[in-house]
Design a protein around this ligand. Structure first.
Ligand SMILES: C[S@@+](CC[C@H](N)C(=O)[O-])C[C@H]1O[C@@H](n2cnc3c(N)ncnc32)[C@H](O)[C@@H]1O
Length: 283
């Protein structure tokens, strides 16, 4: 089959399996197999695939048809322009979270301190922490997670981007991972925020492939915000800020939760679809 025929057949198959943007995913998987940028496929529509190429692609398309995320199949995703290795042990970084990272590095850049410090609570792949370290070359970044496998992945990603020497990786349950009391300029977090009962209703790509521990925010989805609102102030320097991402529709509850713990909410930031998704607060 030619490249064009392969794209058409794969698109049809993925569409039948309920995969959104089936043509795009067919093209991305084929481009991955042929080790060429997706746009180059368009210059090669008449090229015939070899038998090994066809076999490899068939396997990948089958996996995508079983709703395995594209990012797991190709093994990486882009976050703030940085290539992040991804696997089943950590949440696939989402585009919305790039805004949180950007707000974080903008704040760190305004500090005069030689050595600004930030804590990423629930680091997963390390995407936020690594983006902060890359964009703020004198900052020291602490990444913590309760999952040893996620933390190993975060460390590998940090090494890949040559920022591991300015980062530390702490394993443990929330702030208990910090064995000695420490103060940070910034605490960022994209914690698990899905209500436990809602997880079963999510798309298979999320429900079956993101780790449950990265999704489950307790009965109402707000468990981690309660912990952060109660505990985070003790780990912030004077003038320090907390920035947390939350789910669509959670803004009013998160805002009042932080305010009831004496935080001053500075901003509730909307994402590019005009949905409130990030809270910025200080004491
Ligand atoms: C929604 S994911 C976010 C991952 C990453 N920061 C991102 O934005 O893509 C939440 C992360 O919090 C971690 N986590 C869950 N419970 C935790 C706990 N009690 N203490 C520390 N981290 C926890 C999970 O393992 C997961 O990596």
């Amino acid at each position: 089959m030619t490249v064009l025929e392969t794209i058409q057949k794969s698109t049809e198959f993925l569409g039948k399996k309920g995969v959104e943007s089936s043509r795009l995913h067919a093209e991305l998987l084929l481009a991955h197999v042929l080790a060429m940028p997706r746009m180059k496929l368009y210059l090669n529509f008449e090229r015939a695939l070899t038998a090994p190429e066809t076999d490899t692609l068939r396997e990948l398309i089958k996996r995508r048809g079983q709703r395995e995320p594209l990012q797991h199949i190709v093994g990486s995703t882009s976050f703030c322009g940085l290539d992040m290795t991804v696997n089943r042990h950590a949440l696939i970084p989402r585009p919305e979270t790039e805004m949180l990272a950007e707000m974080g590095w903008n704040f760190l850049s305004t500090l005069n301190s030689q050595l600004s410090t930030a804590l990423d609570f629930g680091t997963g792949t390390g995407c936020i922490a690594i983006a902060l370290a890359v964009k703020c070359p004198s900052a020291q970044i602490t990444a913590l997670d309760v999952s040893p496998d996620a933390l190993a992945l975060a460390k590998a990603n940090a090494e890949r981007h040559q920022v591991a020497s300015r980062m530390e990786f702490l394993l443990g349950d929330g702030f208990a991972a910090l064995s000695t009391p420490r103060l940070f300029d910034l605490i960022v977090s994209n914690p698990p925020y899905i209500a436990s009962a809602e997880i079963a209703t999510l798309d298979p790509e999320v429900r079956d492939f993101d780790p449950r521990g990265a999704l489950d925010g307790g009965t109402d989805g707000l468990d981690f915000y309660r912990r952060l609102a109660k505990q985070a102030a003790a780990f912030l320097k004077l003038g320090g800020k907390i920035m947390v991402e939350f789910g669509d529709g959670q803004a009013p509850e998160i805002k009042s939760l932080f305010e009831s713990e004496k935080w001053i909410v500075e901003a509730v930031q909307e994402d590019y679809s005009h949905r409130a998704r990030i809270l910025v607060a200080r004491r």
